[in-house]
Design a protein around this ligand. Structure first.
Ligand code: ZN
Length: 255
């Protein structure tokens, strides 16, 4: 069974998993019945989560019900407990390249105020290029943009666009994979091949490998940035129960 699951998640692209295999992973849940781990997003509990990962397979990673991974569960706990997101009323929320596991909750919380956007995902309501967002300035109370900026050739342009459409007084979470042992971001040349990018920045579809200056890059377009190690405020039992990874949450604000 484990081998079949590993085969599916390592050979079928995540967007396809999100659209179709979603139902298949729910069927596999029967083999994972239990109450040792819990997904704070969908509320389901299991013996353990499914294994997941493209190059290195991580055990205990994927929620069979909503497809959340460790970083999504950490983000949700942060949004719910630290930012009190679920208590916000009548807000506008822009969710770039929306993660399926968060969409249902956000849709039911904010209804018409919740806007999903992506350049290609069939899950999104608005089709758009993050470098040229077709929205008015100062329109969004909250923006989520996770694991996008590392793919964009001109990330500064994308950051400026996110800043422009955020309301004064608004906030957002802009997460990217950051190599915490790298001081300065390593860029791949604009005309590099997939193979060169793989060698230079670790992934063929990434334009750069962000280092610890990621927050400064966000500051350079005007955001105030807080780097929060939210996982450290949880108990070891909670970290184990939700199966999360200790990543920095980059919280941005526009004054
Ligand atoms: Zn879940």
């Amino acid at each position: 069974m484990k081998k079949i699951i590993k085969y599916i998640i390592n050979h079928i692209p995540r967007p396809v998993i999100q659209r179709v295999a979603h139902l298949a992973t729910r069927l596999t849940a029967i083999f994972y019945i239990g109450n040792k781990v819990e997904c704070p997003i969908c509320g389901h509990h299991y013996r353990k989560f499914l294994p997941y990962g493209y190059t290195v397979v991580r055990e205990n990673a994927l929620c069979p019900h909503c497809l959340s991974l460790e970083r999504h569960r950490l983000l949700w706990l942060f949004l719910d407990n630290y930012m009190q997101l679920t208590e916000q009323k009548e807000i506008t929320l822009l969710h770039m390249a929306p993660e399926r596991c968060l969409m249902d909750r956000l849709e039911s919380l904010f209804g018409d105020g919740y806007l999903t956007a992506d350049i290609e995902s069939p899950l999104a309501k608005l089709k758009m290029d993050i470098r040229n967002i077709p929205l008015a300035e100062n329109g969004m109370d909250i923006i989520f943009c996770n694991h996008i900026l590392e793919h964009i050739d001109d990330d500064q342009l994308a950051m400026r666009e996110l800043y422009r459409v955020m309301k004064n007084g608004g906030w957002g979470v802009l997460l990217s994979p950051v190599n915490y042992s790298l001081a300065i971001t390593r860029e791949a040349p604009a005309n590099s091949t997939a193979e060169q990018r793989y060698k230079l920045v670790g992934q063929a579809d990434h334009m750069r490998e962000y280092g610890l200056d990621y927050a400064d890059r966000l500051r350079s377009v005007g955001f105030e940035v807080e780097e929060i190690r939210y996982a450290e405020s949880l108990t070891p039992q909670q970290r184990k129960r939700y199966s999360i990874i200790n990543e920095i949450v980059y919280l941005v604000r526009k004054r």
